[in-house]
Ligand binder design. Structure first.
Ligand code: NA7
Length: 545
């Protein structure tokens, strides 16, 4: 029998999103005996890895570390092809996980959760979907990702553009053919830097519209040989331990030297050159422990990369425009394959839209204060409304009908307890929510930690007949303050970026990533759990204490 109109389907838990977070949450909840349903707006599992199909998309964490570690069997069954696999391979992996653990039967695709409202009368979350079906669940969990709400800048005239346009995070499944076309790419973050060299090879002419010049380090990707794969599999337990205990969720490769300014310029050069030759996004930043805390040290690394750019790019004018001035690493460090080299191609030109901003999109192309560029296609590599954007796309309302957005943006600023819960929203948990290590870590490691913590918490509630779990206001005040203080002790807050919300016009500027380290954060969360979920109010009846 089908679902009747106005029928409400009752569940124990509802999870939003079928990426790394939602898939593992479902696995854990099933093990804990919770009747769970995962909802995903896309037509497949994979989260950002399902949607980010743009040319050149690949991971910038090493593959043998950018995966689940909860199952040794899974880890040993799956074999990555290379150091930095392409999007399609990561998507294959997540599909493999969904099949291996038979997750699809509790997973509803093509269904967007539009609203989630907490009902104080019965302590349940009422969930609405765009399919019109209504659900009720005791626990509501968001696994929506920190970088999934696309930022398409509100340029005047976009609707009038007669060519094709795409945002990289909503890339079509069919191949987009750039052959012989006049293509414009707006944005030179991680995404633009990956896409530009690939598009340039196909396009008739590529014009890059750059607002901020980027530091980028060569990826030096390579195919794994048999020995490397075997070694990674044999070292599973040790790699897992190191990832979980480390600062950024990556297995330890080399101990950083204490400070760049304690080394001579010749020593610094050697250290940076070695990292540059090894390649990869973070190795250069991991050379010295104080690069993200000390301006003077940071400048040595920044200058090293600036020099590299000027050596690679042949045209001095273009090289100058491509030379970044901010502190390296304070926007997310980028890695590339032939990014700067691409500007030596005849068919590529660079437009500085900081000097000459985009005024409008016209039927024929892009108009800046300096003139009009005729284009057949525009690619927006303009990033995301990060950290809170994907949560705000759902009308989430807690006690007294107050929405998350009202609580975090209109009233006080974003406040969470451990980045996993927020006062006024009982029985709701956020996987990699604001003020957790999230994007300043090897994200699957942080996801696993949250998922395990949340499912342990719910098992504890059930064992102790606790109906309501809710972050206390004073706990989140304290956590937010701590998070802010740690953030402000480092250089990130001095640069405009999506880390600080500065990429979205009108968004309150806040640093919503916990920078105290993945390992120490895990310890803190475990300690809170061991102390009977200290800082949360736990109620056995529905009345608020
Ligand atoms: P990012 O890193 O936010 O990059 C977006 C780029 O788009 C960046 O160069 C922006 O310039 C540019 N941008 C954004 N809005 C505009 C407007 N209005 N005009 C011109 N240029 C603009 O997003 P990505 O997708 O590259 O990467 C996001 C993360 O995903 C990445 O760090 C990985 O963790 C995965 P800006 O620098 O703001 O001046």
């Amino acid at each position: 029998m089908g679902i009747q109109k106005d029928q409400i389907i009752n569940l124990d838990a509802i999870v939003v999103g079928a990426g790394f977070s939602g898939l593992y949450m479902l696995y854990r909840f099933r093990k804990a005996g919770l009747n769970t349903q995962v909802f995903e707006s896309a037509d497949g599992v994979g989260g950002v890895w399902h949607k980010n199909r743009y040319p050149g998309a690949r991971c910038d964490n090493e593959s043998y570390q950018y995966n689940y570690t909860f199952s040794e069997e899974l880890y040993k069954e799956w074999t990555w092809s290379s150091r930095y696999p392409e999007q399609s391979e990561i998507l294959d992996y997540l599909n493999y996980v969904a099949d291996k653990f038979d997750l699809r039967r509790d997973l509803q695709l093509n269904t967007k959760i539009t609203a989630a409202r907490y009902n104080e009368e019965d302590n349940r979350w009422k969930i609405e979907t765009d399919a019109g079906t209504k659900y009720s669940a005791k626990y509501f969990i968001t696994g929506v990702g920190c970088l999934s709400a696309a930022n398409v800048p509100n340029f005047k005239g976009l609707d009038s553009f007669e060519g094709e346009w795409y945002h990289t995070s909503q890339w079509p499944k069919e191949k987009v053919d750039f052959t012989g076309k006049r293509v414009g790419v707006i944005g030179t973050g991680s995404t633009g830097v990956q896409a530009i060299p690939v598009i340039a090879k196909e396009a008739g002419h590529l014009t890059v519209f750059q607002r901020t010049a980027q530091y980028s380090v060569p990826a030096r990707n390579y195919t794994y040989d048999y020995e490397t794969i075997q070694k990674a599999k044999e070292n599973f337990q040790e790699t897992k331990r190191q990832m979980r205990e480390s600062f950024v969720g990556s297995a330890h490769i080399e101990e950083p030297r204490p400070s760049a300014i304690e080394d001579t310029p010749e020593e610094q050069e050697k250290v940076y050159e070695r990292a540059w030759e090894k390649g990869g996004a973070s190795l250069l930043l991991e050379t010295y422990a104080d690069l993200l805390a000390n301006d003077e040290s940071n400048e040595t690394a920044s200058e090293f990369v600036r020099k590299k750019i000027n050596q690679i790019v042949k045209d001095p004018e273009t090289a100058k425009k491509l030379t970044p001035t901010y502190r390296i690493g304070t926007k997310r460090i980028v890695m590339d394959t032939n990014y700067f080299e691409t500007y030596n191609r005849e068919n590529v030109s660079l437009v500085d839209v900081k000097a000459n901003p985009i005024v409008e999109i016209t039927p024929k192309g892009i108009k800046t204060t300096n003139g009009e560029y005729e284009l057949d296609m525009i690619v927006f590599a303009t990033g995301y409304d990060a950290m809170t954007g994907s949560l705000f796309k759902i009308d989430i309302r807690g006690r007294n009908g107050i929405s998350l957005q009202e609580k975090w943006e209109n009233g006080e600023q974003t406040r969470t307890y451990l980045g996993v819960a927020t006062a006024g929203f009982p029985n709701m948990f956020m996987i990699t929510g604001p003020e957790s290590p999230s994007v300043f870590s090897n994200v699957p490691v942080s996801i696993e930690q949250h998922v395990e913590w949340i499912s342990d918490c719910i098992e504890y509630l059930r064992e102790h007949d606790i109906e309501v779990v809710e972050a206390k206001v004073e706990s989140e005040d304290e956590w937010s303050k701590h998070c802010r203080e740690v953030g402000e002790s480092l250089l990130f807050v001095k640069t405009d970026s999506w880390y600080t919300g500065a990429n979205i016009p009108g968004k309150p500027r806040r640093f919503l990533i916990y920078l105290g380290g993945v390992g120490p954060y895990r310890e803190k969360c475990s300690e809170i759990a061991a102390n009977g979920y200290e800082g949360f109010s736990l109620l056995t009846s529905l009345k608020k204490a």
